[in-house]
Write a new protein. Structure first.
Ligand code: AMP
Ligand code: GLY
Length: 421
């Protein structure tokens, strides 16, 4: 198969790496790709949201399978365009992708179909928001409706903090994602995990899970980010985790999608809070997580490309690939101004030899004269496998420390408490 990965972050580098290693994959392409995917196959200089150009090039190049990486591609209808051109796509159409692209749609969908989630109110104006908060007790989770790269959610400790935030968002026309609707919801208490479900339009099955670290600083302090590290499998959850999520979350979601005429094809990322009364959905994403993908891919054995093709064809065959009972830890190295801004960095060394079981996946970047020019932000994810979590963790941090000057810069920061459960 000739496989195209759409996107250009560390998630797409990890997907390209794993897809290329699949027996059925003859050639891998990425659009626009990055410095990492350039070493795995060929990069096309087409943006991830340019569905028209992507569809034309896929047809011309005889692409057999397209894997959509970023939410922006799903929301732009790239899946619709490429499917219309007769090419198999792993990734939902725009309409089903609203489970991620609109928090209001997702919330109402969950309410309609009895999916456990935090109680919420949708507001459309500052007045409405302040009115809703009059009766509120306790913490308020404030969520902008549209896509905001992980920066549209603030957990306010109380009504005063929430009101101040909403005044800024509405008053200064600064709602992340650019919409005008905001979801206010109660805070769930428990432990978070990300669970991936593969969906072929007819069935939905769990396929891997991970824990992600969203806050910028150690000890879960600082602002929310896209994710600063992850480990897989998650520690300390009930052994029946996947069965419980299938029954309480995936089954009603699938019923709801079918009832509403949505054929969801691809991966549904369930951001869950495991509370005293089981799993509640914090959010859905219509694609794999970043950095969760970087810690899931090294655990996969078998023909991952053929598995994703079976899903894209509406005939999911989970026997094509399996997830090994090994542990993987991933640490994101970011520029020190992330997530406030992204300062580009140039002259980074690409081909670094690391310890056994370690991998580097590059974020948004390109190769310039054999060196990596990074767009800044989350520059790379370093992952390590181990027989147990502590081993994977020690290997990952040893490798991060050894990178230091070898990378050509010491200006990157990272959390030191990833996978310390
Ligand atoms: P989201 O983009 O919806 O995943 O939200 C980002 C982060 O905010 C989540 O990963 C949680 O840590 C936190 N969060 C969102 N909603 C809630 C909630 N209802 N209760 C507690 N934490 C939440
Ligand atoms: N790691 C969170 C996300 O991909 O949305």
């Amino acid at each position: 198969m000739r496989v195209l990965v759409v996107g250009g972050g560390a998630r797409e580098d990890a997907l390209s790496w794993r897809l290329r290693a699949s027996p059925s994959c003859d050639a891998i392409f990425a659009a626009p790709g990055n410095a990492g995917t350039a070493s795995r196959g060929e990069n096309w200089s087409i943006g991830a949201t340019d569905g028209k150009s992507l569809a034309a090039r896929c047809a011309a190049e005889g692409i057999d399978l397209v894997v959509l990486g970023p939410e922006a591609a799903v929301a732009a209808g790239v899946g619709d365009r490429i499917r219309d051109a007769g090419v198999a796509v792993f990734g939902p159409n725009r309409s089903a992708g609203r489970l991620e692209s609109s928090k209001v749609f997702a919330k109402r969908f969950m309410e309609r179909h009895g999916v456990p989630t935090a109680r919420a109110i949708v507001v459309h104006s500052l007045e409405g928001a302040l009115k809703a908060l009059e009766e509120w007790r306790g913490a308020v989770v404030v969520k902008a409706d549209g896509l905001a790269a992980g920066k549209g959610v603030v957990v306010a400790e109380d009504v005063t903090e929430a009101s101040a935030l909403l005044r800024t968002w509405y008053g200064q026309n600064r709602i992340p994602g650019g919409g005008s609707d905001v979801v206010l919801e109660e805070r769930l208490v428990g432990r978070e995990l990300s669970l991936f479900a593969l969906a072929d339009g007819r069935a939905m099955m769990p396929f891997g899970s991970a824990c992600d670290y969203k806050r910028a600083g150690d000890g879960d302090t600082g602002p929310n980010t896209g994710g600063m590290g992850a480990y897989s499998p998650p520690g300390d959850f009930p052994e029946s985790l996947e069965d419980v999520v299938r029954e309480r979350v995936l089954a009603p979601v699938l019923r709801g999608l079918l009832a509403e005429g949505e054929a969801y094809i691809g991966v549904l990322y369930c951001g869950l809070m495991w509370t005293a009364s089981g799993p509640y959905v914090i959010e859905f994403n219509a694609r794999f997580g970043d950095p969760e993908t970087q810690v899931l891919m090294p655990r996969i054995a078998g023909d991952f490309a053929l598995l994703l093709k079976s899903v894209a064809d509406g005939a999911m065959d989970l026997s094509l690939a399996t997830i090994l009972p090994r542990h993987c830890v991933g640490i994101v190295l970011a520029t020190s101004d992330y997530p406030r801004s992204n300062t580009p960095l140039a002259g980074l060394t690409r081909d670094l030899s690391l310890g056994a079981g370690c991998q580097i996946f590059w974020g948004g970047s390109e190769l310039v004269d054999g060196k990596v020019s990074s767009g800044g932000g989350r520059v790379l994810t370093l992952t390590a496998l181990g027989e147990h979590l502590e081993e994977a963790r020690a290997r990952a941090y040893d490798a991060v420390k050894a990178l230091g000057g070898r990378l050509g810069t010491t200006d990157l920061t990272y959390r030191t408490d990833i996978a310390l459960v």
